[in-house]
Design a protein around this ligand. Structure first.
Ligand SMILES: C=CC1=C(C)c2cc3[nH]c(cc4nc(cc5[nH]c(cc1n2)c(C)c5CCC(=O)O)C(CCC(=O)O)=C4C)c(C)c3C=C
Ligand SMILES: [Fe+2]
Length: 516
């Protein structure tokens, strides 16, 4: 592994009289496009090495400058221990996750999905009970669970239809387990034995279950890797928020060193893997050069981006640009567009919407379309049902004649190998403090501890309009919004009646004990 030079510089910042050590492993992303990002990562790394000593100037080119208070000896000592972690040889890499004194774990975070039709309603309950999915006004927070119960019961029949049409349940658990196993093998092959855990947000195996196993296994260094390429408050953010609360309450976890890879859409391996899949599907068309590449990302309510500072949209757009740049390098210069799918409820979501865009493209005379699901790395209900069935049907009705769809990455070897590299590159930052000056990070989502990471965005956890509707009717958007509000009011009135009379639909459905 290449090393990076670490220069200890006197505090007057002159460019002379410095002693240097060549010990820290050099992240491979240094050679990639996002040099500033690796600079930020390096700052975090150096900080951890020198026990929170302040890094006085920015990483530039290949040098990290440190105040003179950091002695050469301590630099060497700390760097050596990092190097030992990265390069130590173990006896039997396939059967252990121990490096030197350390037990390394990787926690994959994902959404989770119902495995049977009976699971659908309780899965939906867990989803809607999440304040990062429905954030109620402070005054109404006590309604979160009853409202989640109500919405999940009302929505379940429609969701069940969807899950029934893809075989009776979500394939997410199986695929994520397979990804975990492939990642473990890839890490082992790269001389980094680690145990890989899966922690789902809304269904089994729950994050809490994974954490219990991590404790039982005595993991000492943990890399947290959400399986969402781009960061959103509603996905990675929600999982990390949960992790934060689990960590805070547990003595073992408070002392366990960890780091997070918050998003990884810009990684070269991921971009190349996506470009490979797109090229492969384009070749199936009779005239590949005439096909419009149609990136379809899962949407989020607009307020997440505009009011809470969710970096999701910016990361998504940059991700699409990077994939297209990679394709252009390979002389694939097709037209392309990005739209957002799967919106629910009365509020405005990120635009343009996938369904409206498909209709417009048909009207403009586009004849061949290749759909690329871009926000998720596994097949799931929204690829198998929404894209493959609903959007395909809509496209064909709208005048598009040829339709194709790029598969989700799943266990694609280039992708898994890149995830393994991401884990390896993050190891020196395990236990690293996040850099505290947001501007200095130059990155939308920095690497660091759960708490520091969540403090960067959405720090005030402002109220957001609920993205889901209890039921839908009305002729205009604003009518729908008011209908949503009226529905919430109605739920409130019903609850008051329920509590005062001791009778009603909550008792009938056995919901009432939930808020005792
Ligand atoms: C990056 C991906 C995702 C974002 C962003 C996201 C936001 C988000 N989702 C809902 C509501 C629902 N999501 C549902 C399923 C679901 N969502 C994602 C991914 C993202 N969601 C996946 C991969 C899945 C499917 C899992 C599976 O079982 O295969 C559902 C349930 C299905 C349904 O009834 O349609 C709901 C509801 C909101 C409100 C939201 C942002 C606030
Ligand atoms: Fe979703």
């Amino acid at each position: 592994m290449a090393n990076i030079e670490l220069r200890v510089r006197p505090s007057n910042f002159t460019h002379q009289s410095s002693s240097s050590v060549r010990l820290l492993p050099r992240p491979t992303c240094l050679t990639q496009r996002f040099r500033h990002y690796s600079g930020v990562q390096m700052e975090a790394c150096v900080r951890s090495c020198y026990q929170k000593s302040r890094v006085v100037s920015r990483y530039s080119s290949r040098w990290i400058e440190l105040p003179s208070s950091v002695s050469k000896q301590s630099a060497e000592k700390n760097s050596l221990s990092l190097k030992a972690l990265m390069t130590s040889k173990t006896q039997d890499l396939s059967n252990t996750f121990v490096i030197g004194e350390e037990k390394v774990g990787v926690l994959l975070l994902n959404l989770g999905g119902p495995e049977t039709l009976e699971d659908v309603q309780p899965f939906l309950f867990n989803l809607f009970a999440d304040p990062d999915i429905i954030r109620l006004p402070r005054l109404f927070r006590f309604l979160q669970k009853p409202l989640a119960q109500f919405i999940s019961v009302v929505r379940a029949p429609k969701s069940k239809e969807g899950y029934a049409s893809i075989g009776g349940g979500s394939p997410l658990r199986q695929i994520t387990d397979a990804q975990a196993e492939e990642l473990r093998k890839a890490l082992s092959a790269k001389n980094v034995p680690a145990k890989v855990y899966v922690g789902m947000r809304y269904w089994h195996p729950f994050t809490e279950e994974a954490i219990e196993q991590i404790k039982r296994d005595g993991i000492t260094k943990l890399v947290v890797l959400p399986l969402y390429p781009q960061f959103s408050i509603s996905t990675s953010g929600s999982s990390l928020r949960l992790l934060e609360s689990i960590f805070r309450e547990d003595e073992y976890l408070v002392n366990m060193q960890h780091t997070i890879i918050p998003s990884w859409y810009q990684r070269e391996g991921y971009i190349k893997a996506m470009a490979n899949l797109i090229e492969r599907e384009l070749e199936k068309f009779e005239h590949p050069e005439k096909v419009m590449i149609f990136f379809s990302a899962h949407g989020v309510p607009l307020a997440y981006v505009e009011e809470a500072g969710d970096p999701y949209k910016a990361e998504m757009e940059e991700c699409v640009d990077l994939i297209m740049e990679e394709l252009e390098k390979r002389r694939t210069t097709n037209a392309y567009t990005l739209a957002y799918q799967s919106r629910v409820g009365p509020v405005e979501w990120l635009k343009p919407y996938t369904d409206e865009t498909i209709i417009e493209l048909g009207q403009k005379g586009v004849k061949s379309l290749l759909a690329v699901p871009i926000s998720f790395v596994s097949e799931h209900i929204e690829t198998l049902e929404e894209i493959d069935v609903e959007y395909k049907e809509l496209a064909l009705k709208s005048g598009i004649e040829k339709w194709g769809r790029v598969p989700a990455l799943g266990c694609e070897p280039t992708f898994i190998s890149d995830l393994a590299d991401a884990v390896i590159e993050s190891l020196p930052y395990v236990g690293a403090m996040a850099v505290s000056n947001l501007e200095a990070r130059q990155s939308l989502v920095p690497l660091g501890s759960v708490e520091e990471l969540l403090a960067v965005y959405d720090s005030q956890r402002r109220e957001l309009p609920p993205p889901v509707t209890v039921w839908e009717w009305g002729w205009t958007k604003s009518a729908e919004t008011w209908n949503g509000r009226a529905a919430m009011l109605a739920v409130l009135v019903l609850l008051v009646l329920e509590v005062t009379t001791g009778e009603g639909f909550l008792h009938q459905w056995g919901i009432f004990p939930l808020f005792h």
